[in-house]
Every structure is written in structure tokens, then in C-alpha cells.
Design a protein around this ligand. Structure first.
Ligand code: AMP
Ligand code: MG
Length: 651
């Protein structure tokens, strides 16, 4: 076999055009319908009988000839002679002749001669004499044979995924065994010497292997039979022999990690030595380091190690390949048209695969991008699907109509969407709502993005703490700055103490913010731009710069760790806990929770903002109610409630 190595990145459609023709549909097996759920049908099913199989009564009553009782009403009832009874499952042993009736139950066969059934309620019976107080029309209360399905109808086609409805139909037709495609057998291997198996004790600087389980669940949902072969540290020989073994006993092998061009990235090297590389490098973002190879006529897919990249490539590349092998005729997942909430920068020339959360808005949908980075699973946890954008554009604009491809076919939309600043008090409230049965989605993007999401009407609630440098007032100046005084209301929150989080005992002898500026030995961890904490930090740093007559830009350029941004208070605290940084800015609550020391810097106002038109929604009202009672229920370090916490404030 000739070896083709592509040094050039390839487009997803080019890759699929090369790979799909190499995929054979799986062989066929016969299964019982009780084991057929989610299997793919390998035969056309024609109805062997009609449904209903015979004319049958839909009520309890009497089979009659409608012409006999055409003139019947309350005042002039018509009398008929009852000839007998046909109960369910019984062959009609007599016919209904003129002036006659035969008693029937729901589901009884209709005897010849009768053309309708009069309900028992409209009759009375003495001995064998039936009095009818109503007429019937021909066909009344009869299910005619073949109304559901006519014998010989093509009811299910080859390639259909068997669901609950299909199983019901098959059973109704008396079919208990069907031909389905065998499940493709897939082997999963994770590579990376930093990986440890979930369930083991955490070891510092190691990473739990999430990809194996993500890929496993993804393939099981599609209908594959999957074997987890475990973790291979970046070891060429072991990976080579494992893949060689796996291809002889599996239809596909999927690896993750080790696909880049680095020294330890062995997947490409192994695959190019034992097989034929079809692709190394996909013009997709995320997901560029993807490898597809053919080894002993089996397709091996090497996914990138970053979980978000791996997940996106599972959706855009692995799904169509597996569905072809499964014999599915429908390769697509459901999609929903939506309007993009905000502008997103694109990687020019690449297929940009962007996870989004769907928000229902006045009968249409808004797609809210959740991507934060390929290594951060919070990019995908709150998302419902993804959009694909390619072409030579630098960005896609806010408001653009996009097609959201759903990760699976069950879209469960939240009752309440929170977009805003991360706060442990908010977390608590949202968890209380979950316990009350609400479906909650929280997307932590910082105060500024949260406020914008409320102003655009996407979030039901945001939590913000935005300090205005000029007036030294919190939150309201920002609402005014965006001209949203009339469209949103403020729900009074609480005060939070912000400050520097440091390790227990203050080993670096940090006294205050000046140390960040003056001491290069102190390693800092920053918060993301647009977060309230970041805005506060920058204001405080500017004040110190002014006092010391230093240039802010100069100072931040030199500040050790200023460019390292994390998204939550918890992330700041854990960076310090684990010695990755010496100091960071966060709320006192989180420092106390994680047993760290704390130097207070400012007391800030954390408030909630709600679009006026969503204020009356039940989940929003519930949130406000829980917030109002919170101060009587708990006390949290560094959190001070107001007299009017939970009050709605018009601006
Ligand atoms: P790699 O593609 O091997 O360079 O890995 C890229 C990043 O993904 C690294 O931070 C890895 O630690 C991480 N990673 C690789 N494999 C896994 C895995 N199975 N589960 C979770 N993270 C992983
Ligand atoms: Mg690796």
C-alpha cells in the first residue's frame, strides 16, 4: 500500500470525502424487538397484516344497521331485537339482519350486516328487546380494518433508527425479530503521561482522563459496542502494539492526545509507521491536531487531547463516519435556526466549530457562544449544540442567523438562564432553585458580558459588581452608560469583601497591592477582562500607580502573572492553594472556604439585574424570594446583606 503523507492541513469536507467511501456498513444480525432499542434497521418492513386487522367496535354498545334506527330520537325510540353478544376475540357467529342488533364490547369484531355501533348509554334493554333513543351514522364507532396500516404497506425503511414508536409498531404487526446492523466495535485509547484514571486519588499536576469516558459515552449513544483500553503514557512501542492488537479485534480505534507535532506526540508517528495516514491536520478550530489513518484496512482516528477539541471533532468527523458504518440513512442531527447573540472572532480560512447555548426568546432562539478555550470544559457543559462557520471572514456579527446543530436530539431548555459574574452566593441560590425542580443554566462570563446579556434580553438574571471609576458608585452607572435604565431593573444584592488571597501564614509576606507592583518575585493570577473583580483590580492598581508616579501600562506589562486570566474566584483560590501563584484577587468567602489567608481591599456591591419584561416570570420571582430570605438562613464570611436585599429597584 502506498504511503501518502499530507503535510498540508485539510478541510473537513475533503476529509469526509476521502474517508466515507472507505467505510463499510456493518454486517447484519437478527435481534428480538425487546433488544432493538436504538439499533439500526437493516431491512424494509412491510406490514404482514392490516391494523386494525378487522373492523372493530370502539365502544361498548350494540352493532346495528343505521337505516333501521334512522328516525330514532328521545321521543320516538326505535326497538330492535338483540340476537346475542360478540365479545372481544370472538369470531362473529351471526349477522345483523333488518330489525336486529348484536351486543358488542370495545374491541369486538363487527358482525356482517351491521354498519355502526350505538353506544350503550343511548339504549335500554329488557329481555331481548333493545330500545334505541338515538340514530347512528354509517361507520359510527367502528375502527375499520386497515385504518392504521394496510397489509403490505412499507412501514419502516432500512436505515431507520429503532425507537420506542418503531418498537410499538413492530409489536402491533406481530413482528418480534428484525434484522439490524451489528454494532461497530470501537476501541478507545488515551495517550499522555500526565493522565490518571478517574476514581484514583488525585496526584498533583496530573490530569484525570476525561476523554476516554467522553468518547465512550458518545459512541455508546450512537449505538457502538465500546472497549476502553486505558491510558498509554507517551510510549511509542506500547502504543504501537496496542493499536496493532486493537485493529484486529475492532472495527475502529479512536485515540486522544499526542496528535500534535511535538516530541512526545507519538500518535502520528506510530500511525504513519504501521499504516497509511489519510489526514494529519484538520483546518478546523478547535481540532487542528486530528489524525486519520488506515491500519490493516481499519480506520483509526487520533483526536486532539484538549477535551473541547476532541468533543467538537467527535461531532463533526466521528459522528458521520460511525453513522455510515451503523447503516443509518440520516447522518444529520437535528438543527435549530437561531440568532447569534454576540460577535465572535473567527479563524480565517478554518472551519470554526463553536459551542453555543440556546435561549428561547419570544418564540425564536438566540445562540449564545460558550467557548472559553479548548482546554476548558465549561466551554461545552452549558451548551446545547454548535455552529459551524467557515470562509474568509474575520468574525461573524451579532444578530447573524445561524444554524445550531444539536449535540443530541433532545433539547432540554432551562427555566432560568443566569449569565454573569461568578459568585458563591449566586451558586447557592441557583442550587436551591434546582432542588425545587427548576432547570437552571449558569454561564459565568463576568459582570460586563452578563449585563450586556440582560440588556439584550438573553439572560433572565445577571449578577454584576461593576465599579465606576469616576463616581465610585457600583452597577447603576454602567446600566446608565448602556442606556438601559428603562429596560432593566436592579435587584438589590449584598456587599462582598474583595481582597488578596494568599497562602496560609503569608509565606511571601505580602502586605498589599503595592507588592504586586514592586516585587517581581511575587507571582500573580488575574481574572478575565470584563469581570468585576478585574475592573476593581485595575482601578486600584491605577490609583497606586498615580501615587507612586508610575505608568499603569508599564507596570502591568512587568507584573508577573498579569496576563494569566482565570474565570472564577474559585480558580484564583485554587491556583494559590496549589502554589501556581502566590496572590490573586477574589472574594473573602472563597479564601475562607479554601483555608487561605486574606487581605481585604474593598467592599463591593454585588447586585442582580433582570430585564423588565422577564421580571414577572415565575423562576425569576422564585429567585428573588429565595434571595430575600437568604440573610435569615445563612451567614457567609465576607458577605453582608442589606436591609433591602431582594428589593426591586427601578433606575
Ligand atoms: P495533547 O494533545 O496530548 O498535547 O494534549 C493537549 C491537552 O489535553 C493537555 O493539556 C492534556 O493534558 C490534555 N489531555 C490529553 N488527553 C486527555 C484526556 N484523555 N483527558 C483529559 N485531558 C487530556
Ligand atoms: Mg499529550
Amino acid at each position: 500500500m502506498s504511503r501518502v503523507i499530507f503535510h498540508k492541513l485539510q478541510r473537513l469536507d475533503e476529509v469526509l470525502n476521502k474517508v466515507l467511501p472507505l467505510i463499510n456498513v456493518m454486517p447484519i444480525e437478527t435481534v428480538d424487538i425487546s433488544n432493538a432499542l436504538s439499533r439500526v434497521l437493516a431491512e424494509d418492513i412491510h406490514a404482514p397484516i392490516s391494523l386494525p386487522p378487522f373492523d372493530r367496535s370502539s365502544v361498548d354498545g350494540y352493532a346495528v344497521r343505521s337505516s333501521d334506527i334512522a328516525m330514532a330520537d328521545e321521543h320516538r325510540p326505535v326497538r330492535l331485537k338483540v340476537k346475542g353478544k360478540i365479545s372481544v376475540g370472538m369470531r362473529p357467529y351471526a349477522s345483523v339482519d333488518k330489525g336486529e342488533a348484536i351486543e358488542v364490547d370495545t374491541g369486538s369484531a363487527i358482525p356482517p350486516g351491521a354498519d355502526s355501533v350505538i353506544m350503550e348509554e343511548f339504549t335500554s334493554k329488557r329481555n331481548n328487546e333493545l330500545t334505541c333513543y338515538r340514530n347512528t351514522s354509517a361507520g359510527e364507532n367502528i375502527f375499520h380494518a386497515g385504518t392504521d396500516v394496510m397489509i403490505g404497506d412499507l412501514v419502516l425503511t432500512k436505515g431507520t433508527r429503532i425507537g420506542i414508536k418503531e418498537i410499538t409498531l413492530l409489536a402491533s404487526l406481530g413482528i418480534n425479530r428484525i434484522k439490524v446492523y451489528k454494532r461497530p466495535k470501537v476501541a478507545i485509547i488515551s495517550t499522555g503521561k500526565e493522565l490518571i484514571t478517574p476514581g484514583c486519588n488525585y496526584e498533583e499536576f496530573k490530569v484525570y482522563d476525561s476523554n476516554s469516558y467522553m468518547i465512550y459515552a458518545f459512541l455508546r449513544e450512537l449505538g457502538c459496542s465500546v472497549d476502553l483500553l486505558g491510558i498509554i503514557p507517551d510510549d511509542y512501542d506500547r502504543l504501537k502494539s496496542l493499536i496493532n492488537n486493537a485493529v484486529s479485534s475492532h472495527d475502529f480505534v479512536i485515540t486522544s492526545g499526542g496528535t500534535s507535532a511535538g516530541e512526545e506526540d507519538i500518535v502520528y508517528r506510530v500511525l504513519s509507521d504501521i499504516g497509511e495516514i489519510i489526514v494529519h491536520g484538520l483546518m478546523a478550530r478547535p481540532g487542528k491536531p486530528t489524525v486519520v489513518a488506515l491500519v490493516k484496512k481499519k480506520i483509526i482516528i487520533g483526536l486532539p487531547g484538549h477535551p473541547v477539541s476532541a468533543f467538537m471533532i467527535l461531532n463533526v468527523l466521528v459522528r458521520p463516519i460511525i453513522l455510515k458504518a451503523l447503516g443509518c440513512t440520516i447522518y444529520k442531527t437535528s438543527s435549530i435556526k437561531a440568532k447569534l447573540s454576540r460577535k465572535i472572532p473567527l479563524r480565517k480560512g478554518y472551519l470554526n466549530v463553536i459551542p453555543v447555548a440556546l435561549i428561547r426568546d419570544n418564540g425564536s432562539y438566540i445562540a449564545y457562544p460558550t467557548f472559553k478555550g479548548s482546554g476548558l470544559i465549561s466551554s461545552i457543559i452549558p451548551s446545547d449544540g454548535y455552529i459551524e462557520v467557515s470562509g474568509n471572514r474575520e468574525y461573524i456579527s451579532a444578530g447573524a442567523e445561524v444554524e445550531v446543530k444539536l449535540f443530541n436530539n433532545q433539547l432540554v431548555l432551562p427555566d432560568l438562564t443566569f449569565i454573569g459574574s461568578h459568585c458563591l452566593v449566586t451558586d447557592r441560590l441557583l442550587n436551591e432553585m434546582k432542588r425545587e425542580g427548576f432547570i437552571i443554566r449558569s454561564i459565568y462570563v463576568g459582570s460586563l458580558e452578563g449585563l450586556k446579556a440582560v440588556i439584550r434580553g438573553e439572560a433572565d438574571i445577571s449578577g454584576i459588581h461593576l465599579l465606576d471609576e469616576r463616581t465610585y458608585e457600583y452597577n447603576i452607572p454602567f446600566i446608565k452608560m448602556y442606556g438601559a435604565e428603562d429596560s432593566v431593573v436592579l435587584i438589590k444584592g449584598f456587599k462582598r469583601i474583595q481582597g488578596l488571597v494568599i497562602r496560609k501564614g503569608n509565606p511571601n509576606s505580602i502586605k498589599g497591592l503595592e507588592d504586586l507592583i514592586l516585587r517581581p518575585d511575587v507571582r500573580f493570577v488575574n481574572r478575565n477582562k470584563g469581570s468585576g473583580t478585574r475592573i476593581l483590580l485595575d482601578i486600584k492598581l491605577r490609583e497606586i500607580c498615580k501615587k507612586l508616579n508610575l505608568d499603569f501600562n508599564d507596570v502591568t506589562r512587568r507584573l508577573n502573572g498579569y496576563l494569566w486570566e482565570v474565570f472564577t474566584h474559585t480558580a484564583v483560590a485554587s491556583a494559590i492553594k496549589h502554589g501556581k501563584a502566590d496572590v490573586g484577587m477574589a472574594i473573602k468567602y472563597v479564601a475562607t472556604l479554601m483555608n487561605l489567608d486574606f487581605i481585604p481591599i474593598a467592599t463591593e456591591e454585588y447586585d442582580y439585574v433582570v430585564p423588565k419584561r422577564k421580571l414577572k416570570r415565575r423562576p425569576v420571582q422564585k429567585f428573588i424570594k429565595l434571595l430575600k430570605t437568604l440573610k435569615d438562613r445563612i451567614s457567609l464570611p465576607g458577605v453582608q446583606f442589606h436591609e433591602d436585599t431582594g428589593e426591586v429597584i427601578e433606575i
